[in-house]
Design a protein around this ligand. Structure first.
Ligand SMILES: Nc1nc2c(ncn2[C@@H]2O[C@H](COP(=O)(O)OP(=O)(O)OP(=O)(O)O)[C@@H](O)[C@H]2O)c(=O)[nH]1
Ligand SMILES: [Mg+2]
Ligand SMILES: [Zn+2]
Length: 380
């Protein structure tokens, strides 16, 4: 349970977020007192020091001096370890190790130190909570995250899920049509987040099995696991069960590919909402609205997520993209220029490998598409 109380702490000065800087100190304090903090006294180690708008810091006792990985020293005798099952705005639902569920708010200081308010607490987070009563609690600390999936939206990071072992990239053989470029984006994003990707081709009942062979062959050759299944017909589900058992898995993919349908197949009593294609395409919205974690009876847990139409990558710099395409790696040292972008340069090992069909045209095309994303330098 949490960190030991004896742990040595140091003071860390944390700058308030920019959007707080314009408010007067008086307003901010009264807002804190009236806001979510009213449910519990402000911890005594939090102190506000105001020396004008240009220097607003909060001094926090911490076991680490990394602002992004801030471990506050807290009284863990009154806290419990829990896992975040879902979030809605600044509220979240947490399940303790003993199986009790609490509706949680997030302590202000936890939000202050997070890089972005909306990522302060995400589905899958391991947290320390302090119960207020039988149903409500306050998130006091977010443990360091591993295995994350993020995307970029509105120029900011949208962290979808944390602490997952693997990502089931669900695509449909048809309806909506299979888009290899999107699979490649999901693969890059999983590689980046240190999550093992598995390609899951659902709705295989809608096509001739031989139609899928080229794509199954291609991703298998790259070393990725590929599953084929049908959520409605119920085949391929045993292999899926074996894959999910005992693991923390996020299901990700476009809307309408059958993510929730597959989870219902694995554990029917979850009875997740699913909707038919005409409904989701005509209304243009997702059936699943937010990322929710469901512990599984077979062991492990799945996170169902809302479908995404386009996956803009977060925190990937252009020089890094080549490394996230696993099969490019052996050819990169062959390029004449050490900073080769594998687009227009002469004597490019990657382009030669594409010509020799050692790298597939489709994967190279995905690489070029990702490099042309607007977050990367268009001049490059
Ligand atoms: N033919 C066929 N239809 C399927 C299969 N799996 C799911 N569907 C149908 O596809 C539609 C969408 O399924 P959902 O499970 O809601 O899709 P989703 O990926 O959860 O979608 P979002 O929640 O919007 O992201 C439903 O009408 C399902 O019945 C399958 O294997 N074959
Ligand atoms: Mg769904
Ligand atoms: Zn090159």
């Amino acid at each position: 349970m949490g960190k030991k109380k004896k742990q040595k702490t140091k003071k860390v000065r944390v700058q308030f977020r920019k959007n707080r800087g314009t408010r007067s100190r008086q307003n901010r304090i009264s807002e804190e007192q009236l806001g979510s903090e009213h449910i519990s006294d402000l911890a005594s180690e939090e102190r506000v020091s105001g020396k004008g708008d240009l220097s607003r810091y909060r001094t926090i006792r911490s076991v680490s001096d990394d602002e992004n990985d801030l471990q506050r020293a807290i009284d863990d005798s009154v806290c419990e370890s829990a896992k975040i099952l879902s979030t809605a705005g600044l509220n979240s639902l947490a399940r303790t190790e003993s199986g009790r569920d609490y509706e949680c708010t997030v302590r202000q200081v936890v939000r202050t130190v997070s890089r972005d308010n909306r990522n302060a607490v995400v589905t899958g987070d391991r947290v320390l909570i302090q119960p207020i009563n039988d149903e409500q609690a306050v998130v006091e600390r977010v443990e360091p995250r591993y295995g994350t999936l993020s995307r970029q939206s509105g120029g900011r990071e949208h962290l979808i899920v944390a602490n997952v072992d693997q990502a089931l990239i669900v695509v449909s053989a048809n309806d909506p049509p299979l888009k290899p470029n999107l699979i490649d984006r999901f693969l890059v994003s999983a590689e980046k987040g240190d999550v093992e990707p598995i390609v899951c081709i659902n709705k295989a009942d809608l096509v001739d099995p031989s139609d899928l062979q080229p794509i199954v062959g291609m991703y298998s050759q790259l070393g990725y696991r590929v599953l084929q299944c049908s959520g409605v017909e119920g085949w391929g589900i045993e292999a899926l069960v074996r894959t999910l058992k005992g693991k923390q898995t996020v299901l990700t993919g476009q809307s309408g590919v059958g993510k929730s349908t597959l989870i219902n197949r694995i554990q029917p009593d979850l009875n997740l909402d699913t909707s038919n294609i005409s409904e989701w395409s005509s209304k243009g919205r997702h059936t699943t609205r937010r990322a929710v974690m469901y512990p599984l009876e077979i062991g492990g847990a799945v996170v169902d997520t809302p479908g995404i139409r386009q996956l803009a990558l977060w925190d990937v710099v252009k020089e890094e993209v080549e490394g996230l395409f696993v099969e490019f790696r052996p050819f990169v040292p062959v390029c004449r220029f050490p900073d080769c972008s594998h687009t227009h340069e002469a004597s490019c090992g990657v382009k030669q490998a594409v010509v020799a069909e050692l790298i597939s045209h489709q994967r190279y095309d995905s690489y070029l598409k990702i490099l042309s994303d607007e977050q990367f330098d268009p001049e490059w």
